[in-house]
Design a protein around this ligand. Structure first.
Ligand code: KG4
Ligand code: ZN
Length: 348
């Protein structure tokens, strides 16, 4: 059976065709980076309008690359939470319309759970039970994943997400958008020990939360000193930019690796699965592998093409279909960011 998966939670318009045996037949991702670059971040209204323009060509292209037509689709899956309200709505309306017209089941996908499921797809074998670490532009979260349909939130960031901190620090350093890859590139020539930035909450083993806003502010003070509101005129020498990028990246990676390790200790689990855009970061991947070798846990990090937003990871819908978890056509979006105690943590 072929599933059409649709993903429009933020600024990528994506569609993929996967089978119920988790074979990937096609994957199309239309990035909107060009549209948001001059604003230094995603502008929600621009994103939703771009999704409207792209969604049908992207679905068509996914079918074409798979050598299939709409009549071959047996179910439609769509990410309906979390994310930007307008963006989510475009994907959901397209998915509902197709499910109604084709008379096939509609399956809801939690975008964060799907980021973890990317590890299952890549490994080709069972990865559950595991601790799931999601590091993306909007989220930095740890989950206890009992199975592909059992996600219990253990901790989240209490302020900025890791990807958000990469993007904002890149903007301070006047590195191009999106900031994550730019910081990674600049850091290659930098000294990660040049500046000693804070590793918030890292000493508290009992707490599985993250905080990146103090780290971001520490970089800002290093560039301009406290109290200086506008530092857009400050020209930093390239080596200092590289050192700041490397030192920032190292501090962020320390927090991510340290808290993932603590979550494994606390839950007694032996497997760590890591997904989300920031998991594409080479330094983070390297440090996770070192930690896994040192502490003896099994590690699955999604491959870079499945770290940043894509529709292939929507294949988690296969698990829901298998458990008869299909949705009525009045399914709604649940926008926002999922934070501990935010009321937006809706796990089913
Ligand atoms: O998962 P994703 O594509 O979208 C969300 O669901 O948010 O993550 C996007 C985030 C952005 O903040 C981007 O800067 C970051 O992932 N990112 C990276 C890298 N590639 C993307 N951060 C650090 N290093 C990278 N190589
Ligand atoms: Zn994402």
């Amino acid at each position: 059976m072929h599933l059409l998966c649709i993903e429009t939670t933020c600024d990528e318009t994506a569609a993929a065709i996967v089978t119920d045996r988790l074979e990937v037949k096609s994957s199309v991702v239309a990035s909107q980076d060009e549209l948001h670059r001059r604003f230094g971040g995603v502008v929600p209204e621009i994103a939703s309008r771009a999704h409207v323009e792209r969604i049908l060509p992207v679905v068509d292209e996914a079918l074409r690359r798979a050598g299939l037509s709409l009549g071959d689709i047996g179910a439609v899956a769509v990410a309906n939470t979390p994310g930007l309200a307008g963006s989510l709505l475009v994907g959901l309306v397209a998915a509902k319309t197709l499910a109604l017209a084709l008379d096939v089941p509609l399956v809801a996908v939690n975008h964060l759970h799907a980021h973890i499921y990317a590890c299952r797809l890549e490994s080709g074998e069972e990865v559950f039970p595991c601790v799931g670490l999601i590091v993306s532009g909007g989220h930095t979260s740890l989950y206890r994943c009992g199975g592909p349909l059992q996600f219990e939130l253990l901790g989240t960031t209490i302020d900025d997400a890791a990807g958000e901190a990469f993007d904002k620090v890149a903007a301070m350093l006047r590195l191009p958008y999106p900031g994550g890859p730019s910081i990674e590139k600049a850091a290659e020539k930098g000294d990660p020990r040049a500046y000693c930035f804070p590793r918030a909450l890292l000493d508290d083993e009992t707490r599985l939360d993250f905080s990146f806003s103090g780290l971001k502010t520490a970089v800002r003070y290093q560039i301009a000193g406290p109290g200086r509101a506008d530092f857009s005129q400050i020209e930093l020498p390239p080596q200092q930019v590289a050192d700041l990028a490397a030192s920032f990246q190292e501090a962020a990676v320390d927090c991510l690796v340290g808290k993932a390790s603590a979550a494994l200790r606390q839950t007694g689990m032996k497997t760590l699965c890591v997904g989300g855009g920031v998991a594409a970061n080479r330094r983070l991947r390297e440090r996770l592998h070192q930690q896994a070798a040192r502490e003896g846990f099994r590690l699955h990090v999604a491959p870079p093409r499945l770290c940043t937003d894509n529709a292939v990871m929507g294949a988690i819908a296969v698990e829901r279909l298998g458990a008869d978890l299909v949705e009525p056509l009045d399914l709604d979006v649940i926008p926002g960011v999922a934070r501990m105690g935010s009321g937006l943590v809706l796990e089913k």
